[in-house]
Design a protein around this ligand. Structure first.
Ligand code: ZN
Length: 132
């Protein structure tokens, strides 16, 4: 690891001080290459941070990255192909923007509910219901 990477890492680990109430930190994906498979090591803890179902997040990643994926016996996601940490992180951000953050108030305190086959976000903070 060179100096710049260490610096990046230090920045990443800096605690979120200002506005931590309203800002939601998407957990950084921890990825490992295994042949032509990218193993998403902290997939389960990411799911619990996001409060979303494994299948839902996995399906989104598959669509966005245009690949196939599965969950292994340890709960890690295995995605076919090589994906950079940056790309995975951007994809996860998109997921959060679409399926976790309330479009009305921006808070992540939401539930995803399915009503008559359509997905909706229900915000516990402001009560807004919005289609996704
Ligand atoms: Zn809201």
């Amino acid at each position: 690891m060179d100096y710049e990477e260490q610096l990046d890492r230090a920045m990443d680990q800096k605690p979120d001080i200002a506005g931590s109430e309203s800002r939601f930190e998407v957990p950084d994906p921890e990825l490992r290459e295994e042949g032509n498979v990218t193993v998403y090591e902290n997939f389960q803890s990411t799911l619990s941070d996001l409060g979303r179902e494994e299948d839902h997040v996995l399906k989104f990643l598959q669509n966005e990255l245009g690949t196939s994926a599965s969950i292994d016996e340890s709960g890690r996601a295995r995605l076919t192909g090589e994906f950079s940490q940056r790309r995975m992180s951007d994809t996860l951000d998109e997921y959060v923007e679409t399926y976790v953050k309330c479009p009305e108030c921006g808070l992540p305190d939401t539930n995803l509910e399915t009503v008559e086959g359509a997905e909706r976000l229900h915000c516990e903070a402001c009560g807004a219901r919005s289609s996704v």
